[in-house]
Design a protein around this ligand. Sequence first.
Ligand code: ADP
Ligand code: MG
Length: 280
Amino acid sequence: MPKIIEIKGFTFHYAGSPRPALTDVNLSIDDGEIAIIAGPSGCGKSTLLRSINGLIPHMYSGTYIGEVYINNLKVSEHTISEIAKHVGYVFQNPENQIFMFSVERDIAFGLENLGLPREEIKKRVDWAIDLLGIREIMHRAPHEISDGQKQRVAIAGVLAMKPKILILDEPTSLLDPLSALDLITTVKHLHDTLKLTVIVVEHRLDLLVSIADRLIVMEDGKIISNNEPREVLKDDRLLTVGVGVPSIVRLRHLLKDACIFKHLPLTPSEFVEQINVAQR
Ligand SMILES: Nc1ncnc2c1ncn2[C@@H]1O[C@H](COP(=O)(O)OP(=O)(O)O)[C@@H](O)[C@H]1O
Ligand SMILES: [Mg+2]
């Protein structure tokens, strides 16, 4: 499988900060994966995303060692707008990237910056609007739409650039549980239809573990675990790291040896299924 993201021995130190925000990070992501990044606040999740989309080292001042490659491009040697054609980055707070007078204008903004012809811009904006199901709000102003709709507009805006990689920083943090589930379902659908590689920083692991190929856990600027979610969650030390371990996984760990489970259940339905099998 070709590696679409390759991070080699990457250490980053924000200017003026007493210690590095990332220390010797090594990470390979295959084309088409869905990966979750989890870990307590301040552990370096957003910094890692900024190292993938080029904001680090191009916009944040600091010093670094190592390299980040996207589609075999060295991030440090390409501009942020060049990287944006490969990596769509959705900010934690969509208000940071939605600021035009209408949804439609917002989605066109990045494309206008690329200097694409008007016809091509119109075609891509239309495509992204239908993809995210936001046609009925396309003429509204950003302050007239809900937080969930803002997330969709932000995603439409980055996907209009036709990137292969979509990265989202805590996309559900402003959403109620139902809108959060709705958003994650949309992200999974976009992944499947556009064959995207998706990286999501997310605390609500219960929404994502069953659709993710990889769970990366960080602590103090380092990756402490990186594997299939079921493998990572087998380690009960994670219960004390500050990661939102799904309740059903917590319950399985609490049950310790008094247990009939063949493998770690990730969702309530997997839990029930295994109990039913054991009772037969
Ligand atoms: N712009 C910045 N300048 C200096 N230090 C920063 C900056 N952004 C984040 N940091 C520091 O880097 C560390 C990692 O932060 P961050 O990547 O935002 O963590 P997370 O996203 O996991 O909460 C923290 O100690 C934080 O205070
Ligand atoms: Mg963060």
